[in-house]
Structures are given as C-alpha cells and as structure tokens.
Design a protein around this ligand. Sequence first.
Ligand code: AMP
Ligand code: MG
Length: 291
Amino acid sequence: MGKRGGGSTKGWAQEPIDALRVGTVGPIADFDPDSTPGFDGDRRLGEELLTERGEILAGLQELLFANGRAGDHRSVLLVLQGMDTAGKGGIVRHVGGLLDPQGLSIKGFGKPTPEELSHDFLWRIRKALPPAGRIGIFDRSHYEDVLPVRVHSLVPQSEWEARYDIINRFEHELVDAGTTVVKCALVVSKDEQKARLAERLDRPDKYWKYNPGDLDERAYWDDYLEAYQAIFDRCDSDATPWYLIPANRKWFSRLAICELLIDALTGLDLDWPAADFDVDAEKKRLAALPD
Ligand code: AMP
Ligand code: MG
C-alpha cells in the first residue's frame, strides 16, 4: 500500500480506497455483505489492526484539529448510509470512539421535522457541516432525500430526480471549500438484518433500537437496492467517492471505514502548525521565572 493509505500493508492485498469503491465492487444487487474486499486477514487480525490503525487515525485527527486552530479551514465529512441494522450507529461508536470527541462533529438525520420540511432538503444538512479542523460524521444524510423519498414517492418524481444534480453541485462546492467527503454505504444481507431485528426483539437493552416501521421498510428491499444503485451511478466521483462497505461482519466494516478515514486525512498532507510566537524567547522567559 502506498503513502496515501498511511503506509500500512498488513492484512490488505489492495488499498481499501480501490477495493471498496463502488465502481470496483460492482452493482449493489450482486454485492456480498459477508465479503472482505481487499482484506486477507481474519477477525482476530482485523480487530488487532483496528486498535493499531485507530491510533494512527487519532494522531491524524489531532493534526487536523491543530491546523484548524491555526486557521486552516479544512475538514473531513464521513457520510454513513445503510439499511436499518446495517451498523451505522456502531461505526459512530466504534470508529468515532477511537477519536477525540472535541474534534468530532456528529449528526444523525431522522424524519424531517415540519420546520425542516418547510426549507429545501439541504437546509438541515448545511447547518450540520463540520467546522474547520473537525471530522464530521453524518448518520444518514441528504441521500435520504433520494432513498425513502424516492422509494415511497414522498415528493413527485420530477422533484427527487432533480436532487441528484443538486447533491452533486452541493458536494463539489463543499470539496472546493476544503471539506474532504467520504461516503460509505453499509450493506447488510437480508438474512443478517432479520437476525439483528430478532435480537432487538429478544433483548430489553435493544428495544430502544427497534422500530416497527423497520419491518415495513424491509418489504421494499429491492426498491432500496435500486435507489442505492442510482446514487452510486449518479453521485460518485473521484472528488466525492462512494464506497460499499460489507456490513455482515462488524469488525470488517469498522476497520474498512477507519482505513478510508486515514486515507482522507493523509491526503491533506498535514504538518504541525508552526509556532506563532518566538520559541527561544519564550524558553528564556520561562527559564528566568522563579521555581
Ligand atoms: P434511525 O436512523 O433509526 O433513527 O431512523 C431514522 C428514520 O428517519 C429512518 O427511517 C429514515 O429513513 C428516516 N429519514 C431520515 N431522513 C429522511 C428524509 N429526508 N425523508 C424521509 N425519511 C427520512
Ligand atoms: Mg432505526
């Protein structure tokens, strides 16, 4: 693996940015949620690597934060999409959990409120963008406005059709303004979703995650696959890439997204900001102080 991947080769036969990119892995309908594209290792190695690589990621996050403090306007935005139970919350907890909360900006998007609906669909998204120096994580995003909205015809087709171009313009503006955008679709299999829903119904500590509406959405599985494929066909570019993350094995989806974030941050080519004071003069002043 080259410099952009952060210098690690362990376990990976191919760079995650190549192995997981939508164009490489092919249509979502044929995608295997049990697979580990580009990665040769097993769960044990994957979990070991997540700890190791998490430290690299945390170091890069600190660099980004330090530069933000010094006036650098750049930021990183991780967009998470995926069917119910795919593990979006787990990514926030387990990958976000490797990082300094100060440098994170996390936002989940549920059904729009009446106020949100009275504005254009990007209104609530713009308000939640990560400030300079931060890593933003979106648990669902503006893509909901071409997912459930398209599957259930919540607005006329002409309106959701127009959104792909609007999204592309919006994301390219973001990139031009200094935000690195990393978009990940977590893909769980229908069987695995059923097992995860069953677990939510079996465990009182998981009831809070269960929503009876999830069973209704499951009936639209193929329509969702089609709506996801439309996103990948129309809203993937080198500057605003989409990655397909197999999500049946949680250890893999966490490691994969950690690697994609490392790549995004390494691409910023950050260095520690220079002191904006005279270091030698400050050392002398400090030395001259009484103990
Ligand atoms: P959860 O992520 O489990 O909290 O669920 C949030 C719910 O809000 C999901 O069913 C989403 O599909 C739904 N949702 C989020 N954004 C939108 C949107 N723009 N339009 C319609 N439904 C949405
Ligand atoms: Mg849910």
